[in-house]
Design a protein around this ligand. Structure first.
Ligand code: PLP
Length: 399
């Protein structure tokens, strides 16, 4: 697999007009009236309500947009077994961060060979455990991890996570993981010397990525790394285009079809025998759910209005702190004024929004609805300060 591609579009300008970058497809979202009714009928604590029919729809739409790319769902986005079962039925593979996620998948009958261990730094014990259970593919982005995985499982299939731009992603991930050019060269040389099966390349464009060109850059980089690997005597045969596929919140997003056009075009530079996977998390589950919580009380402090909710940063609403903007709904219609919105804990970091325009007449007991919040909410929640974990209500509608 050493031949240089002829069709690679290096530095090529996007072929789609700018307006096509933005999602023109009908909105996918849970019916708001149904969410309201569910809250009024029974409310004991914050809850996520999620319709798996939407998860199915998203899995099918992803497949249609990129037929050559098999989605391996990032379990961390929402590890509820009922969600995982639906994705198993839809033919997805999986990506894990930990052996607890592996055990969960195995308990649901997922073959270990369909599970990719995509956490770039793993303990020796975790590697050994996963290897004993039958996991074959392990990611790395350092020589240290290469030696560790190879030391525990000398026939492991390894894939290299390379650094790639996260420009235009609402939740960037590139600051922590990904080998740069010099490390990549060193990792390839070390793998060749050890006789390790460094066989793939991956990257992550950043979560909620609104810039389709990031996939082009990542894939072109991967293509060049394939060539460097082949030159070193390795046998590259896996391309993993990571996660990052966006869902609609308040900012415009490129549709999965627009991203698919970019991916499918650059894929022509990869021989057909190359296995191609992606690791979507958010895309598959986010717009299947609403997160619902309630106003505990209000306060005025130093000329600011404060809204205190029964769920905050520690209760699952953490992504707002890095700039992710949910569409927020309430049952009030007063004119908007700015509020600081806090969670229920005594920790001063537990502020999920500052100067957010929301109805002036919000008060104790009112519901607070976060649209498209099925990903990275309940998965993050803790019982910090003694507050209960959110309830997870899952159903499958006939859509
Ligand atoms: C290695 C890896 N793959 C996939 C994902 C899923 O990303 P997203 O939910 O943006 O699709 C993540 C998210 O953090 C990740 O760390």
């Amino acid at each position: 697999m050493g031949a240089r591609p002829t069709s690679i579009a290096r530095n090529k300008q996007p072929t789609h007009p700018q307006e096509q970058l933005f999602d023109t497809h009908p909105e996918v979202s849970l019916d708001f009236d149904a969410v309201r009714q569910a809250a009024r009928k029974k409310y004991a604590r914050p809850f996520l309500i999620l319709d798996t029919a939407i998860v199915r729809e998203k899995a099918r739409r992803f497949h249609a947009a990129m037929p050559r790319v098999r989605p391996h769902y990032a379990v961390k986005a929402n590890p509820d077994p009922r969600v995982l079962k639906v994705l198993i039925e839809e033919g997805a593979g999986f990506e894990i961060a930990s052996i607890a996620e592996l055990d969960l998948l195995l308990s649901l009958g997922v073959p270990a060979a369909e599970v990719f261990y995509s956490n770039p730094v793993k303990s020796r014990d975790s590697i050994a455990y996963a290897a004993a259970k039958g996991v074959e593919w392990f990611v790395l982005d350092s020589v240290d991890e290469l030696r560790r995985v190879h030391g525990v499982k000398s026939d492991a299939k390894l894939y290299l996570r390379v650094a790639t731009p996260n420009i235009g992603s609402d939740w960037p991930l590139s600051g922590k993981f990904g080998a740069g050019a010099a490390e990549t060269r060193e990792i390839i040389a070390t793998a060749a010397k050890l006789g390790a099966d460094l066989a793939g390349v991956t990257f992550h464009v950043g979560s909620q990525c609104r810039n389709p060109e990031n996939w082009r850059v990542g894939m072109e980089k991967a293509r060049a790394v394939f060539d460097a690997m082949a030159k070193a005597g390795l046998k590259p045969r896996l391309l993993d285009i990571g996660g990052g596929f966006p869902v609609r919140h308040v900012r415009p997003i490129p549709s999965i079809e627009v991203i698919g056009n970019v991916v499918n075009e650059v894929l022509k530079a990869f021989p057909l025998e190359v296995q191609v996977i992606a690791e979507p998390g958010r895309y598959l589950v986010s717009d299947a759910g609403y997160f619902v919580c309630r106003v505990l009380g209000t306060a005025a402090r130093a000329s600011k209005r404060w809204l205190h909710l029964d769920a905050g940063l520690f209760g699952g609403i953490i992504e707002t702190t890095e700039g992710l903007k949910y569409r927020i709904r309430t049952d009030r219609s007063g004119p908007d004024v700015t509020w600081n919105v806090a969670g229920p804990t005594c920790d001063s970091v537990d502020v999920i929004l500052r100067d957010e325009p929301l109805p002036s007449d919000l008060q104790e007991g009112d519901f607070f609805y976060l649209r498209n919040a099925g990903a990275y909410t309940t998965a993050y929640a803790s019982e910090f300060n003694g507050f209960p974990l959110p309830e997870v209500r899952i159903f499958e509608s006939k859509r």
